[in-house]
Write a protein that binds this ligand. Sequence first.
Ligand code: R5P
Length: 296
Amino acid sequence: MADVEGLVGARDVKASGSPSVRGFHLKGCEHLDWGMKNRLSRIIKPDTGRTVMLAVDHGYFQGPTSGLEVMEDTLRPLIEHADCLMLTRGILRTSVPPGSQVPIVLRVSGGNSIIGDDLSNETWNVTPEDCIRLNVAGMAFSIYVGGKYEHQTLAAFSELIDAGYQAGIPVLAVTAVGREMARDARYLSLSSRLAAEMGANFVKTYYCENFERVTTTCPVPIVMAGGKKLPELEALTMAYRAVSEGAVGVDMGRNIFQSDCPVGMIKAVKAVVHHNEKPEIALKIYEEEKHTAKVA
Ligand code: R5P
């Protein structure tokens, strides 16, 4: 029998009125179950409502990529600065220390390579069971709205949403753009909104003119996709504009790991995203880190 000796009944106390277990920091996510909210909170930090995700999943369709030749070497100095890593299960199992506390958003779509004639021919290629085994915080899936395989990617995406709710793992819709697809507010708001309507818990999309139209018409949080390598100040300015115009953060790859000082760059991006630092000020963080690394 349980030890009842010394047990005392409940005291008369007043409710504290603390909202800590009630409100939630992300739009459109208030109705989610505890596990989903907890995972989303690991990705998008409750103290600032923002995130700097480091995208290093490029190999899933293009093999070794400049800056990602040996993943362990790229990741070692960056992991402690990233709020989250976006990568494939192959790289997670081979190149990320299991003791690491960094949350993982696992890419779960794929099925073609850069050699093929149409990159949009993707399907769902990791089961939720494996995501649970890997203790991931989120699952990322590319949808190709307007692409040749639009229906296929959207049908697979719907199934993944159901699986995500079943497992309590949030789904990130990546609004991928084919070679000939526009990256304007009209197209990106269409695909972001469509993803949210289909049940995406958060959305990754590109920055564009009139980005606010994309963020305001999407009922769930948006993270800005990085895109091709830009000069550091331009990349920081793009991140600054994105968060000022409603994004909850960024999911950047090449603009961080292809920088000549990746650690300096991720620190600068974090200053912009979490502290609304102006791009010119954040650039100094990057430059100082670069200088220190040179001297050391
Ligand atoms: C985009 O669809 C993929 O997830 C990429 O492999 C990656 O996330 C792109 O990152 P970035 O454009 O910032 O290098």
